[in-house]
Ligand binder design. Structure first.
Ligand code: PLP
Length: 374
């Protein structure tokens, strides 16, 4: 299989599998006996390693059950903690992943200000940050287009109003350098399975103050923000996966960018009327395309039958596929946006994968267009 869907998830790294197997027998890290202390030592090492790699203090690292959970704990928790002081107002980008978007909508805030986005997928105006808010949420890298957002500037502007900022860095961690203290965000979310760790493990970095109010309650683990017995084996696997991703980051960024540029040039040559949605600055592995008149789902299935795994980015609600909310926020017309295809390259990909995709894309688009005209 040619796996070109690394933004959905990436295969677990061998070092992570090895660490997971090594620590699969770890017992409850909260227990006071020797076995508990042993498990807790493994967890403490993992926490320290993650903190060091992401420019945070160990106490700021919280292991969660997913990136989605980290986003929920942060956005809801900061809103609850701050709305009394800062007012019942939230600032958010409209291109967030549903983990943030749906959480913001579920808060029931009196005002939500959506930051405008340009047709290149980047935030185009940060003025809404110049008024105090209980929380602002802006993602680092977009999961569909790969667009890198000006998160440093977002944090700087928000800080002038004492507005805490949550950064969803799920598509950025392991792909671009992330330093929590340099960024200055209040909270940051990451997800292990996006950088070669296990699925079902997330990371929340949370400053000591202001701290999110707990939204789930239990035994007080993970600073009381994510109570529940921690999965020590997954924490250890996450730390080593992140270490490997960071150590090979410079080399991989260059290699993947070369592959991505060859892929984009190849698709433009084979299908001259393609619209390349991904615009710089963007994470290197992403290439998002739109083919007018060719349905994304049809292209995905045709590519799948050729052994090529990609995604569309659109959502299917009650059997009707709609254009993604990301493309909608970018002002893309629906007839074009329904022909979306997201290619995301990663460490397993080679030039051969790219060439195979390019060889097949014209035929796939032609067939999907023909099917759409029937
Ligand atoms: N945020 C972004 C930007 C994502 O791309 C994803 C996953 O696709 C998530 C959050 C959710 O992460 P998880 O799959 O760990 O719940």
């Amino acid at each position: 299989m040619k796996y070109l869907d690394h933004a959905a998830t990436t295969p677990m790294r061998q070092v992570a599998i090895d660490a997971w197997v090594e620590h699969a027998g770890a017992l409850n890290p909260g227990a006071q006996h020797a076995a508990g202390r042993q498990a807790n030592a493994v967890l403490a090492d993992a926490r320290e390693q993650v903190a060091e790699l992401l420019g945070a203090d160990p106490v700021e690292v919280i292991f969660t059950g997913s990136g989605t959970e980290a986003d929920n704990i942060a956005v809801r928790g900061l809103y609850e903690a701050m709305r009394g002081k800062q007012g019942d107002r939230v600032v958010c980008s409209p291109v967030e992943h549903s983990a943030v978007l749906e959480t913001v909508k579920a808060l029931g805030a009196q005002h939500v200000d959506w930051l405008p986005v340009g047709d290149d997928g980047h935030l185009s105006d940060l003025e809404a940050l110049d008024t105090p808010a209980a929380v602002a949420a802006v993602m680092w890298a977009n999961n569909e287009t790969g667009a890198l957002q000006p998160v440093k500037e977002v944090v700087r502007r928000a800080a002038l109003q004492n507005t805490p900022v949550h950064v969803d860095a799920v598509q950025a961690v392991g792909k671009v350098p992330v330093h929590f203290h340099d960024l200055g965000a209040t909270t940051l979310a990451a997800s292990a399975h996006k950088f070669g760790g296990p699925r079902g493990t997330g990371l929340l970095l949370a400053k000591r103050s202001p701290a999110p109010t707990a939204s789930i309650h239990g035994g007080g683990q993970e600073r009381g923000l994510r109570p529940g017995t921690v999965d020590v084996a997954s924490a250890a696997a996450t730390a080593v996966a992140l270490a490997e991703a960071c150590s090979e980051m410079d080399r991989e960024r260059e290699r993947v960018k070369e592959l991505r540029d060859a892929l984009v040039a190849g698709v433009q040559r084979e299908v001259p009327d393609v619209v390349v949605t991904t615009q710089e600055p963007a994470v290197e592995g992403h290439a998002h395309f739109m083919f007018r008149g060719a349905h994304g789902d049809a292209m995905l299935m045709l590519l799948d039958s050729l052994g090529i795994a990609v995604s569309t980015g659109s959502t299917c609600a009650s059997g009707v596929t709609r254009m993604s909310h990301v493309l909608e926020a970018m002002g893309v017309e629906e007839a074009l946006g329904l022909g979306a295809l997201r290619i995301s390259l990663g460490r397993t990909n080679t030039r051969e994968d790219v060439d195979y995709f390019v060889q097949n894309i014209a035929d796939v688009v032609a067939k999907a267009r023909a099917a759409g005209n029937m």
